[in-house]
Design a protein around this ligand. Sequence first.
Ligand code: CTP
Ligand code: CA
Length: 225
Amino acid sequence: MQAFFVPKRLAGRRVLLTAGPTFEPIDPVRGITNLSSGRMGFAVARACRQAGAEVVVVAGPSGQPTPLGVRRIDVTTAEQMHRAVMGQLDAGRFDVFVAVAAVADWRVANYSASKLKKSEGGAPPALEFAQNPDILATVARRPDAPWCVGFAAESEDLEANGAAKRKRKGVPLLVGNIGHETFGRDENELLLIDATGSRRLPRASKDSLAAELVAEIAARLPALP
Ligand code: CTP
Ligand code: CA
């Protein structure tokens, strides 16, 4: 309902996002995941839609409802998320890419197609890992790259680590989570980091922070031709 009063700062824009965790299978009944709920990603997707954008979200396993008017592509693993994002970019132009997903850095390299069984007194299975593709960095390197925004959860020195991460990923804006246990919570506290420095968005609901972030993105986007 609120949407009616939101300025249409992203009218005519197409926004692609990732949201939620990824799940990396060990065997048909087990896997490795993380505590991301997808709440922040879907809040940003909703805010983009309310600002008038056409929005596509590639989401890992998340119970979050799909905001009205938002297109959702469900995936499970980081590799599937990577393929879905590249497929969207290959199929059409996007103005903005926001990587909110907590992508698993590693997948299980020795996935077992049959359920691992324990044996009396036997050794536990030895998992081997392979590194997953960095979706955000790959998107940012494309010649047709949209304007890219990354997210970062750091356990210490958010400002310095966030600034280094922004450079490493080659993105104009990186959003750091200040509050520690933000996963699954309704509230968050953000630090916006760009090439010139950082600005704090004080503790608020994920929905209102998402609206502030969208206003910030819209103000920085190159003008439409
Ligand atoms: N990201 C991504 N693909 C990955 C890993 C991360 O797109 N395989 C994105 C996240 O969605 C986020 C940003 O990159 O927007 C930063 O993620 P983060 O996990 O903080 O950074 P990493 O580069 O993975 O470094 P590390 O986890 O070692 O701090
Ligand atoms: Ca990571």
